[in-house]
Design a protein around this ligand. Structure first.
Ligand code: 1CP
Length: 353
């Protein structure tokens, strides 16, 4: 008996437009999903989350499964992203932090000295057993739709840990990075280990791809990125490379960093909305798939303008050996969910071949 006869669900999943595009294979249509599609603009999300704090929700497999599935049911996107947060693995190793509504992650005692770093222990699979269970439950529900696992990259996690919360200028982070490069290196290594272990736990539980979010890395000049950040992101990507699932690497305001992000080793590079995909590809190199990059704020324009911009992203994406349609950053919470559904339909119609 062939493997496909024994397990019909797996070939369908592996043959999905999303995974084919990650692998730079021909696709029946351009796959589309949206960063932050789960848990943002949907009324059904607000309903199930009512009265449940964000981090508590992340540790409840039943809620994670339901919230992860909601945008798949509603919009017909080509991939799901696990409902979780980049600070979940930090909470799992005992960092005293909370996600404050309207603010974001807030860390009770920021990490700024060698003694502070001692409090940051490695992540063991048992620390995230509930997240692994949520992955298994979600994968079982999704059938042939791929599930994307994710983690924050070391720099973006360091920013929350060192600043103590969201930051515009990342001044404490840069003070540590430039002022004590040895401690910075130790912190980044520790975070790379936690991130790699968190991604590994999700892959072993069944996610079909992973995305490394380095959301705030655009705050850095390329020289500093190459010296003090990129090696640690590359170490994370390499640590999970042998597990065989596609890796997506994304950051914001990364026009000047894209070439170096491409070199970090992921199969797919996410591009924010500031650079057309064909131009981005010239910086990344011809042998990577790209993901992006409709401006999430453009979704508030009249439909004809949204449609025109969607078509422009598709046209620029044709230059790439693989294109996954997405936004250039996460869904803005006030976005009309109906517009997201229309974008999915338009991407599918325009790219069907
Ligand atoms: O994509 C999805 O739909 C899955 C859910 C998801 C993801 C991928 C959440 C749920 N968070 C994330 C990743 C994440 N979290 C990133 C990387 C992606 C990005 O750049 O947007 C970052 C930077 C965070 C940190 C974070 N968590 C913020 C940003 C704060 C800042 O610094 O400006 C916020 C507001 C959160 C809380 C959060 N995470 C997720 C949700 C649904 C929420 C809101 C929680 C609530 O209801 O109070």
């Amino acid at each position: 008996m062939t493997a496909s006869a024994a397990a019909p669900a797996v070939p369908a999943l592996q043959d999905s437009a999303f995974l084919r595009a990650c692998r730079r294979e021909p696709v029946p249509h351009t796959p589309v999903w949206f960063m932050r599609q789960a848990g943002r603009s949907l009324p059904e999300y607000r309903k199930v989350r009512a009265g449940v704090p964000m981090l508590e929700a992340c540790w409840r497999p039943d809620l994670v499964t339901e919230i992860t599935l909601q945008p798949v049911r509603r919009h017909g996107v080509d991939a799901a992203i696990l409902f979780s947060d980049i600070v979940v693995p930090l909470k799992a190793v005992g960092v005293d932090l909370d996600i404050v509504p309207g603010v974001g992650p807030v860390v009770a005692e920021p990490i700024r000295t060698a003694a502070d770093l001692d409090r940051l222990r490695p992540l063991e699979p048992d620390d995230v057993a509930a997240i692994a269970e949520a992955v298994r439950m979600t994968v079982a529900e999704l059938g042939p739709v791929p599930l994307i696992g994710f983690a924050g990259a070391p720099f973006t996690l360091a920013s929350y840990l060192v600043e103590g919360g969201p930051s515009r200028n990342h001044e404490h982070t840069k003070a540590l990075m430039y002022g004590d490069p040895v401690l910075w290196d130790a912190l980044m290594r520790r975070l790379a280990g936690i991130t790699a272990a968190f991604l590994r736990a999700q892959i072993e539980a069944g996610v079909s791809a992973v995305q490394l979010f380095d959301s705030w890395v655009g705050a850095l000049p390329a020289t500093d990125y190459v010296r003090q950040v990129q090696p640690h992101s590359a170490a994370v990507l390499s640590a999970v490379g042998e597990l065989g699932v596609p890796r997506i690497h994304f950051g914001v305001v990364t026009g000047e960093l894209l070439g170096h992000m491409g070199d970090a080793g992921a199969e797919v590079v996410g591009v924010d909305f500031r650079l057309p995909l064909d131009e981005a590809l010239q910086r990344i190199g011809p042998d990577r798939a790209v993901q992006g990059n409709l401006d999430p704020a453009a979704l508030f324009a009249p439909w004809e303008a949204v449609a025109e911009r969607t078509r422009a992203v598709l046209a620029a994406g044709r230059a790439a050996p693989g294109h996954i349609f997405n936004l250039g950053h996460g869904v803005i919470p006030e976005t009309d969910p109906g517009v997201l559904t229309r974008v999915v339909d338009l991407v599918h119609e325009e790219s069907a071949r």
